[in-house]
Write a protein that binds this ligand. Structure first.
Ligand code: CA
Length: 674
């Protein structure tokens, strides 16, 4: 969607029968200018005559991908040499009829597309077609979708064959006239584009509230993130969506709290599936977690609908391989990392997942780690593996970032798996430095069933993993500066839940249960309150600190605010549901330092595995454990040591009432309601 208009622009290559040379015209600079100026969302090229389209493809692919539009080549016949060729050039392909389904973002577009297709498949009479295509073009300008300025049809040997357009002076003039006749369109498009910021959302894994220097950590060096805080805003009361990974990410993605969300826990789908081999290693044929509800929109889909290029690098955990919810099906243009969070326990895995249409992927695929699989997944020889996933994921993220350019906004979701267990990393200067610092250290024996290898120098490993992550963040920020995108990019850094004690990690040593009570899996503050830093030079006041209370489900409305989407609930709620919940409140006013910041009356969390519910209402904090409420006053008792439920029955009653109203039943995840 650009400036209120959704544009589908099928560029259908001309056929030999017409003898056109439109492919050359399509390569020229004015055509690119047109694509850029009017923010063409998707360019569809139909290829039937390969030789005369080669130049077009080469120039178009090079010039357009990642810039002004998404590029699809449509092939009329599946499995043909044409298809292989289009794949080599890094394009999606599919049969024409199907393509309209795949590229249309809404049923309405699909309907309009199919209408056009049928019209063009009618017996070929040029005037007739011109008339129809002009009419459709003008009609669609008045709605939300624009199809090609005009299209010719050639009934060749393929019943889907539709032919192109835009290859004569006549059509160019017509297009010009149509555009000129609607000046508001062009104007609106330009201003909207200029106002849209890029967003990089970095969410690491199992980092506690006190694990960064800027949040008081004494033992671990995090100079880049600390500097990011000094250049931006640091939140002291920001909360994750849940005390564990999958549901916390779900809250960020869906804009829902865990009483409404489909994914409320770590439900695994790799158990009881057939096994396969990677080298001599046994591995699951299907991996991943419970899928997001396909009937509820998620954040990357919203961003994409607003013209953003979307990339995600790291952990997905929002649906198992082949499910209804994988990155390719949920608004992510490019993905590299772990579909399954259990797989992420191995930092030297058998495979990673990838969705990269430029490399020919039509869905999420597995990329075998060929240098890892000759060695076992557990024991001494495991450490002969060399493909370290965290570094590889970061490299892919950096490559993606490097390909982004001014002119088309981008949304990057960097879900690094550091510093989650296992505790493992290359024996490089980062680790060796901590070996010296923690000369007296601990060892840990390993846990094969959980895929946590034994670890020596556990303090050094853990601290090194955070410092490594800090380097990644530093590189991301440096890249934005290098590309001149710094001033128009909001970068957020946070963690998905509180600190872990797995794989040999020692929360006590680093003071991880110091200020706040509880670790990962607990609805006490330690399990859910997370570091949260936002940096946007010139927009967010440098060195600011806020005590605004917010949670991951506030991120969707915040980003909608920042990119200019009004009434996101009205626009994106699924009308077929009796209630499609959206629980967030935008904290854009806090970020921008403007008036009108709304406060939550309460924040809500529930988690089935430990049977806990958390509710924060002002300074009151209730933790319900197996149906029994405990009440704390955070103003005087931030460590939640003194249960004052008995002294405040009225508060307990009020908060219990809210919990009962906010919890909706979910067949996959249950908690005991007080
Ligand atoms: Ca986590």
């Amino acid at each position: 969607m650009y400036g209120g208009y959704k544009i589908i622009f099928p560029v259908i290559e001309h056929g030999i029968a017409y003898g056109h040379t439109g492919s050359h015209q399509l390569c020229n600079a004015s055509f690119y200018k047109f694509l850029c100026e009017f923010r063409i969302l998707k360019l569809l090229a139909y290829s039937d005559t390969l030789p005369c389209t080669d130049k077009f493809r080469q120039v178009a692919v090079k010039g357009m991908v990642g810039k002004s539009c998404k590029f699809h080549i449509l092939s009329a016949t599946v499995g043909s040499s044409r298809q292989r060729n289009t794949k080599n050039l890094g394009c999606n392909d599919c049969i024409v009829g199907k393509c309209l389904i795949e590229v249309a973002d809404t049923e309405k577009q699909y309907g309009i597309g199919m209408l056009a297709l049928h019209l063009y498949i009618l017996p070929h009479k040029r005037r007739f077609h011109y008339l129809f295509s002009h009419l459709i073009f003008i009609c669609l300008l008045c709605k939300v979708t624009i199809l090609a300025p005009y299209v010719q049809i050639q009934e060749k040997n393929c019943k889907f064959a539709i032919m192109k357009i835009f290859s004569s002076l006549e059509s160019t003039v017509l297009m010009g006239l149509c555009v000129t006749a609607i000046p508001g369109w062009a104007q609106k498009s330009e201003t909207t584009t200029a106002a849209k910021p890029n967003i990089i959302y970095i969410m690491c894994d199992d980092m506690g509230y006190g694990d960064l220097g800027c949040y008081g950590q004494k033992y671990i060096s995090t100079p880049h993130i600390d500097n990011m805080a000094s250049e931006g805003m640091r939140f002291t009361q920001a909360y994750a969506g849940s005390p564990v990974s999958a549901p916390s990410r779900a809250s960020f993605m869906t804009g829902q709290h865990s009483g409404h969300c489909e994914v409320r826990g770590n439900k695994e789908y790799w158990r009881d599936v057939p096994m396969m081999k990677y080298g001599d290693n046994d591995e699951y044929t299907v991996v991943g977690q419970h899928p997001y509800d396909p009937g509820h929109i998620i954040l990357p889909e919203i961003m994409k609908d607003n013209g953003y290029t979307t990339g995600m690098f790291g952990k997905w955990a929002g649906g198992y391989e082949g499910s209804v919810s994988t990155p390719d099906k949920r608004g992510i243009d490019e993905f590299y990392g772990y579909i399954c969070q259990f797989q992420a326990h191995l930092y030297y895995p058998n495979f990673l997942n990838r969705y990269n249409p430029a490399k020919g992927d039509t869905t999420v695929v597995r990329v075998t780690m060929e240098d890892n699989i000759p060695y076992p997944m557990y024991g001494d020889d495991y450490f002969k593996r060399t493909q370290y996933s965290a570094d590889m994921i970061h490299q892919e993220a950096m490559d993606w970032l490097d390909r982004q350019e001014e002119g088309r906004p981008f949304f990057g979701i960097l879900t690094y798996t550091l510093p989650h267990a296992e505790l493992a990393q290359p024996r490089d200067s980062i680790l060796l430095d901590y070996h010296r610092r923690f000369f007296e250290d601990k060892t840990w024996g390993g846990q094969e069933g959980s895929r946590y290898n034994p670890s020596v120098h556990t303090h050094a490993q853990f601290a090194g993993m955070i410092t490594r992550l800090d380097h990644y963040v530093g590189e991301v920020l440096a890249k934005l500066k290098e590309k001149g995108l710094d001033d128009n990019t909001l970068v957020i850094f946070t963690s998905d839940n509180g600190p872990h004690e797995e794989g040999g990690a020692d929360p006590e040593f680093f003071g991880r249960d110091g200020q706040l009570r509880g670790l990962k899996r607990q609805c006490y503050e330690g399990g859910i309150r997370v570091p949260f830093i936002a940096r946007w030079p010139g927009k967010i006041q440098a060195g600011s600190v806020t005590d605004h209370q917010c949670a991951f489900y506030d991120i969707m409305p915040t980003f909608c605010d920042l990119i200019g989407v009004d009434n996101y609930v009205g626009k994106y709620a699924n009308k077929e549901k009796s209630t499609d919940y959206f629980d967030g409140i935008s904290f854009a006013p806090t970020l921008m330092g403007t008036e009108g910041q709304q406060a939550h009356e309460y924040l809500y969390w529930e988690f089935d595995e430990t049977d806990q519910i958390g509710l924060r209402m002002g300074d009151w904090k209730m933790v319900v454990k197996k149906g029994v409420p405990h009440l704390y006053d955070l103003a005087t008792d931030i460590h939640e040591d003194n249960d004052v439920a008995a002294q405040h029955p009225d508060i307990v009653a009020r908060m219990t009432e809210i919990i009962r109203a906010q919890h909706t039943p979910n067949p996959h995840f249950s908690v005991t309601i007080p």
